[in-house]
Write a protein that binds this ligand. Structure first.
Ligand code: ADP
Length: 326
C-alpha cells in the first residue's frame, strides 16, 4: 500500500460535544508524526462540494472547550449511492488525501465502511455520538457531557415536580439505546427509566405502576428513551391519562439541549486519546477500524462490529435503579 502523506478529517451525522477536541487531537498528532492534514467541511457533503482546507496546528487552537464541531456536520444522502462515493473519491484524489479520519455515529461509520471497501481507501473512525450506541467501545465522545446535561436538567425539573406533587416523564435522546436514560436516571435519582432494550420483554409502565413506585413519595420522575420501541414520553403520558387517571402527569422533552455545551473533562480526555490513537493506528497499518476504549485501553474495532448496533446495556444498572428508588 502506498505511503500515507496527507490525512483528511471530517465530522458527520449528529454533532456531539468533544468532536472539536477530537479534531484537535487528530490534527496535532498527525502533524507531530509528519503528516499533512486537510479539514473537510460538512461531513461527506464537503467531499461532494469540495469544501476542503489545509489544517495547521493553529486551525485547532482554542477549540478544545467548544461544543459542536468547527468542521460543521451534515447529512448527505448522495454519499449513500456508489455514484456519490465515486465523486467523493475523485475529490480526495484531487486533494492528494491518502487516508480519512471520520468522526461520527453509526451512520457515518457505515458510510466510511462502504467507502473504504469500495476504493480500498484507508479509513479510521472515531465514535462521536451522545447516544453511546457503538459496539466495542465503553464510551463514545459526547456521551458523558450529554449525561451531565441531562442530570442538571432533571435536577431543575425535580424542584417543580416536588412542589406540585406530579409524575414527570422526561424524554431523553439515545436513538435505539437506553444508556442516557438509564444512567441519567441513576445520576439524577429518578424513580425509573423506560428503555428500548427491555421494551419488548416487559410492559415497563404497567410494571412501574403495579409495583406502587409512588407509594412513599409525592412526586416521581421517570426518564424515557426516545425511541419507537418505548413510544416516547408523550405516548406514555397518554397511556397514564387513560389507564391510570389518578396520576397528575407531565411531560418534558429535553431535545437538542442534550447535544450542546462545553464538553466535560471526561469527554475532552476521551476525544484526545482516541484522536491521537487514530494516527497511531494509521502508522500501525490499521485500516477500516473504529478506535475505541475498553477497560481504559485503546482498542481497534472493525467497522463491521462497531456498527452492529447491539451494544449491550449493563442490566445490573436496572437493579441498582430499582433498589434506590424505593
Ligand atoms: P450518525 O453518524 O450520527 O449516525 P447518520 O445516520 O445521519 O448520522 O449518518 C450520517 C451520514 O453518513 C449520512 O448522511 C450519510 O451521508 C452517511 N451514511 C449513513 N449510512 C450510510 C450507508 N449505509 N452507506 C453510505 N453512507 C452512509
Amino acid at each position: 500500500m502506498a505511503a500515507i502523506k496527507t490525512i483528511g478529517i471530517l465530522t458527520s451525522g449528529g454533532d456531539a460535544p468533544g468532536m472539536n477536541a477530537a479534531i484537535r487531537a487528530v490534527t496535532r498528532s498527525a502533524i507531530f508524526s509528519g503528516f499533512k492534514v486537510k479539514g473537510i467541511y460538512r461531513g461527506y457533503k464537503g467531499l461532494l462540494t469540495n469544501e476542503i482546507v489545509d489544517f495547521k496546528t493553529q486551525n485547532v487552537s482554542n477549540i478544545i472547550q467548544m461544543g459542536g464541531t468547527i468542521l460543521k456536520t451534515a447529512r448527505c444522502q448522495e454519499f449513500k449511492s456508489p455514484e456519490g462515493r465515486q465523486l467523493a473519491y475523485d475529490t480526495l484524489r484531487q486533494h492528494e488525501i491518502d487516508a480519512l479520519v471520520v468522526i461520527g455515529g453509526d451512520g457515518s461509520l457505515s458510510g466510511a465502511r462502504a467507502f473504504a471497501t469500495e476504493f480500498n481507501f484507508p479509513c479510521i473512525g472515531l465514535p462521536g455520538t451522545i447516544d453511546n450506541d457503538l459496539y466495542g467501545t465503553d464510551e463514545t465522545i459526547g456521551y458523558d457531557t450529554a449525561l451531565n446535561t441531562i442530570m442538571e436538567c432533571v435536577d431543575k425539573i425535580r424542584d417543580t415536580a416536588t412542589s406540585h406533587e406530579r409524575l414527570f416523564f422526561i424524554e431523553v435522546m439515545g436513538r435505539d439505546a437506553g444508556f442516557l436514560a438509564l444512567n441519567g436516571a441513576i445520576a439524577s435519582g429518578a424513580e425509573a427509566a423506560i428503555i428500548p432494550e427491555i421494551s419488548t420483554e416487559v410492559d415497563q409502565l404497567a410494571e412501574l405502576i403495579q409495583n406502587g413506585f409512588r407509594k412513599s413519595k409525592n412526586s416521581s420522575i421517570v426518564l424515557v428513551a426516545e425511541s419507537p420501541v418505548t413510544g416516547g414520553a408523550m405516548a406514555l403520558a397518554e397511556r397514564v391519562n387513560k389507564e391510570y387517571p389518578e396520576y397528575d402527569v407531565r411531560v418534558s422533552i429535553l431535545g437538542h439541549l442534550q447535544r450542546g455545551g462545553s464538553p466535560t473533562a471526561r469527554d475532552r480526555i476521551l476525544a484526545s486519546r482516541l484522536g491521537s490513537a487514530a494516527i497511531d493506528a494509521l502508522l500501525d497499518d490499521q485500516r477500516n477500524v473504529m478506535i475505541g476504549i475498553s477497560n481504559d485501553e485503546i482498542v481497534y474495532v472493525p467497522f463491521s462490529k462497531a456498527i452492529k448496533k447491539d451494544k449491550p446495556i449493563n442490566r445490573s444498572l436496572l437493579d441498582t435503579l430499582r433498589r434506590l428508588s424505593i
